[in-house]
Design a protein around this ligand. Structure first.
Ligand SMILES: Cc1ncc(COP(=O)(O)O)c(C=O)c1O
Length: 376
């Protein structure tokens, strides 16, 4: 076979060549083998440890075989109705996609040309950086306040100077866990009227049972709010996300999306999950209780824990996070080292709130690490 590798690489876009490869977190299997531990608990990806509603699982099981060979609905009517009931957003203004990441990518296809600027406060969800790079866009970063809330003046000043196409506000923010104040975000939206403000509410349900959600801001022309079934609804593997935007913008969005972004099994399970209010409340209540308990226990071990409105805690372990996380893996616990995230500090770690028994296992492991290498 002729060697075509040089030509093939020549074809790759420069903006992709410049990017660093994505380094995924360690898997349970990897940690079990590498450190020879029997029990491994993964608290690194903000997944829902309770799993999806049994009603969603039944809906998935009920899918008829003949449905699998035909394309799904472009506008999944059952799912759009369920989203309308869950959020109060009119279905004429809602789009669905392959996870919130999929929706966000389409939003970029719709709005962002190479060289356009995207404004975002750091630290935040790392995948934004990937999408910005892939589209050949330019990032404009602002800092945050000490409690990691957005700095409104800073954002507005950057908007006036840089004229970004898009502003991204993640609330509750990954990895810091804080939910933004609605009044402050409103101020940004109103001052930055020539930019689209994308509010990422992947963790919106956890924000004090939606009391701190920003979903009421949907009626602004320049606002898009995104949500997902991957977190509070425990359906990360089915890849369902959605967003609300103005009817005019949605019309354009639909030209830019793939025609069948969500499969029928996914839409049926997602609809059932969104309608199972009782199960959702069980997940939210259990997560809030465990989050509070875990925060207290970690603080007792001398770790700085930031208040969280999500299903994870952002902490400072007061030592090198990379070593700390490695020591935890030796004890069978996988958490996320955030020290390499732009805008994070050397000691920052993100810990997903697990089930009670998993959190106990984590606390024991952290105690062992603190006694052994310090930190805390
Ligand atoms: C802030 C934020 N937005 C979006 C996503 C992606 O969600 P999805 O699984 O729906 O693509 C995540 C996933 O971790 C996230 O943390």
């Amino acid at each position: 076979m002729p060697d075509t590798s040089v030509n093939v690489l020549d074809a790759v876009r420069e903006c992709i060549k410049r990017m660093k490869p994505y380094v995924p977190g360690k898997s349970v299997e990897y940690v079990r083998k590498k450190y020879g531990v029997d029990r491994v608990v993964k608290l690194a990806s903000n997944e829902n440890p309770y799993g999806p509603s049994p009603k969603a699982v039944n809906a998935l099981k009920s899918v008829e075989a003949e449905k699998l060979s035909v394309y799904p609905e472009t506008f999944p009517s059952e799912l759009l109705s369920a989203i309308e009931e869950h959020t109060g957003w009119e279905r004429e203004r809602v789009v669905t996609g392959a996870g919130l990441d999929g929706v966000m990518e389409t939003l970029f296809r719709l709005l962002v040309d190479p060289g356009d600027k995207v404004l975002l406060p750091l630290p935040t969800y790392p995948y934004y950086h990937t999408v910005i790079d892939v589209f050949g866009a330019r990032s404009v970063f602002t800092g945050r306040k000490e409690d990691y809330s957005i700095d409104v003046n800073n954002l507005i000043e950057a908007y006036r100077k840089e004229k970004p196409k898009l502003i991204i506000i993640c609330s509750p923010n990954n990895p810091t866990g804080n939910a933004e104040d609605e009044k402050k975000v409103r101020e940004v939206i109103e001052a930055c009227e020539k930019s689209v403000v994308f509010i990422d509410e992947a963790y919106g349900e956890f924000a004090d049972f939606e009391k701190k959600s920003l979903k009421k801001l949907h009626s602004y022309e320049n606002v898009v709010i995104g949500r997902t079934l991957s977190k509070a609804f425990g359906l990360a593997n089915l890849r369902v996300g959605y967003a609300v935007m103005s009817e005019e913008l949605r019309r354009e969005y639909l030209k830019a999306t793939t025609p069948f972004p969500v499969s029928t099994p996914s839409t049926l399970a997602a609809s059932a999950a969104l309608r199972d209010r009782e199960y959702l409340n069980f997940v939210l209540r259990s997560t809030a209780e465990e989050r509070k308990r875990l925060q207290k226990e970690l603080e007792k071990l001398g770790i700085k824990v930031y208040d969280s409105s999500a299903n994870f805690l952002f902490v400072d372990v007061h030592c090198n996070a990379k070593n700390f996380v490695e020591e935890l893996m030796k004890r069978g616990v996988i958490v996320r080292d955030c020290s390499g995230f732009p805008g994070c500090g050397i000691g920052n770690v993100r810990i997903t709130v697990g089930k009670r028994e998993d959190n106990d296992f984590l606390i024991k492991a952290v105690r062992g690490v603190v006694n052994n290498i310090g930190g805390g």
